[in-house]
Design a protein around this ligand. Structure first.
Ligand code: FAD
Ligand code: NAI
Length: 467
């Protein structure tokens, strides 16, 4: 057990563990500290992975009830929530153990405890038993991630008033679920419980759902979700919640002010965003600068204002996404090792894992208009894609935005089946600076959903084969 390392990472999420592993691969001595007791961070423990396990299972449950009959399959469908949760927990256990294995393989020391920077090059780790160890590090990477954004006046108990963490482990299917915030978490976890039988009501402060998405996609998304049974209260804010026996009385009022109204529910999910987790780390003492949102400020190479201290992932600027944290981790480790690391911030995809999925990379129409960039649009609906018809998933479309002057792809927006997988092609195209014609003239296998991407690219120049 060394007490001096080339680099020490605080935080063992996708940012932290990937940085530590890459440092090890590059021949540096590295350690990774996490207070959770299990490596993998938010993503593996209480985020991406458990939520996708529930989304997968609940989607199969709904498909079995809704679609099997259309395919001539007869089956008696029931739900054992305990087994479903075991499926989720098993995967989380396997993946978090996998991180510990990768640490060993790459000679990274995994340290369980709470890390605090006490001086440049020095970290104190408080172990769960209270013992304190001081570690010297030539480089320190802050990868402490993010935490749930609290809602004023509402106390989360993780049983009836839950954050995403509680919503991943409800003990029974609530009859009614009220979601505060029509963002990614609200719609993904809202979908899980709606499919399992809850009546889901979503209260959103702004006038539209998923505010960061392209407006046309967001509108189509809301329409599809409403058809599935979601109820939306837009331009509405929650001002309080009261426990009345088994019922929660939630007070809401128009965002712009107005008469309050009470909505009754059994469980309330607070999903109004996440905030960087940068408190109690000793940052003030060593002088590491943060912005007004509490994010650690870095240059594009992840260096903070204090030499030898770096930051990556959710605790710095940019989308709070696991793959963004992972890419920054690798680039940061490479910089520390004296190599050139780079993350193309214009080509980071983002996916909402509902059914249909929504996936985007690059600019929205609204962003291009605001930037004064002239663009062309190509669109293709999944209702005209043969493969989509065979899998009973024809809702949605692919939309490609290309620069008018050069035909360079500037944004791709997909709402439809397998959108999260389809976006990889668009991301690669953007990484390579492709034109829409490059995609349109690339042979795509038939019959696949990828043909919808190609047809949207063809539509940019008006030669799509849509009937
Ligand atoms: P984190 O994963 O948050 O890891 C930070 C770690 O640092 C934590 O384990 C924390 O315990 C530890 N830590 C903090 N302070 C200290 C300290 N002082 N000492 C020691 N340890 C400390 N993203 C996607 O890309 N796809 C998805 O499908 C997706 N689904 C999500 C679903 C949910 C419900 C949630 C909540 C998030 C989801 N995300 C998803 C976001 C994703 O989880 C984050 O973007 C990602 O985990 C960020 O990685 P990170 O390494 O920066 O931080
Ligand atoms: P979000 O930012 O996606 O959505 C929050 C929503 O809450 C917004 O629509 C916002 O307008 C609304 N809101 C804010 N304050 C409100 C209030 N007081 N009352 C009502 N509505 C309010 O945040 P969310 O869903 O909590 O997710 C946090 C982050 O986690 C995401 O931004 C994303 O980075 C990450 N994540 C990613 C996933 C993925 O990649 N599939 C899945 C889940 C989370």
């Amino acid at each position: 057990m060394a007490d001096s390392f080339d680099a020490v990472v605080i935080g063992g999420g996708p940012g932290g563990y990937n940085a530590a592993i890459r440092l090890g691969q590059l021949g540096l001595t590295a350690a990774c500290i996490d207070k959770r007791g299990r490596f993998g961070g938010t993503c593996l423990n209480i985020g991406c992975i458990p939520s996708k396990a529930l989304l997968f299972a609940s989607e199969r449950f709904e498909e079995a009830k809704k679609d099997f009959g259309k395919l001539g399959i007869t089956a008696e469908v029931g739900l054992d929530l305990g087994v479903l949760m075991q499926h989720k927990d098993k995967i989380v256990g396997e993946l978090t153990k996998g991180v510990a294995f990768l640490f060993k393989k790459n000679k990274v020391e995994g340290i369980v405890g709470e890390g605090r920077i006490t001086a440049p090059g020095q970290i104190e780790v408080r172990a769960p038993d209270g013992s304190v160890r001081t570690i010297a590090a030539k480089n320190i990477i802050i990868a402490t991630g993010s935490d749930v954004m609290p809602l004023a006046g509402v106390t989360i108990d993780e049983e009836r008033i839950v954050s995403s963490t509680g919503a991943l482990s409800l003990k029974s299917v609530p009859k009614r679920l009220l979601v505060v915030g029509a963002g990614v978490i609200g719609l993904e976890l809202g979908s899980v419980w709606r499919r399992l039988g809850s009546e889901v009501t979503v209260v959103e402060f702004l006038g539209r759902i998923t505010p960061g998405l392209d407006g046309e996609v967001s509108k189509a998304f809301q329409r599809i979700l409403a058809k599935q049974g979601f109820t939306f209260h837009l331009s509405t804010k929650v001002t309080g919640v009261e426990k009345k026996g088994d019922v929660l009385a939630v007070t809401v009022e128009p965002a712009a002010g107005g008469a309050p109204q009470t909505l009754e529910t059994d469980v309330m999910l607070v999903a109004i965003g996440r905030r960087p987790y940068t408190e109690d780390l000793g940052l003030e003492a060593v002088g590491v600068a943060r912005d007004t949102k509490g994010r650690v400020i870095t240059d594009p190479h992840f260096k903070t204002n204090v030499p030898g201290i770096w930051a990556i992932g959710d605790c710095r600027e940019g989308p709070m996404l696991a793959h963004k944290a992972e890419d920054e981790a690798v680039a940061c480790a490479e910089h520390i090792a004296g190599r050139a690391g780079h993350v193309n911030v214009d080509a980071i995809p983002s996916v909402v894992y509902t059914a249909p999925e929504v996936a985007v990379v690059g600019k929205t129409e609204e962003e291009l208009k605001a930037a004064g960039i002239a663009y062309k649009v190509g669109k293709f609906p999944f209702s005209a894609n043969g493969r989509a018809k065979t899998i009973l998933a024809t809702d949605g479309f692919v939309k490609i935005l290309a620069e008018a002057a050069t035909d360079k792809v500037l944004g791709v927006h997909i709402i439809g089946p397998e959108a999260g997988n389809l976006i990889a092609e668009a991301t690669l195209a953007m990484e390579f600076g492709a034109s829409s014609e490059d995609i349109a003239r690339t042979c795509h296998a038939h019959p696949t959903l990828t043909e919808a991407v190609r047809q949207a690219a063809m539509a940019v120049e008006g030669w799509t084969m849509q009937s």
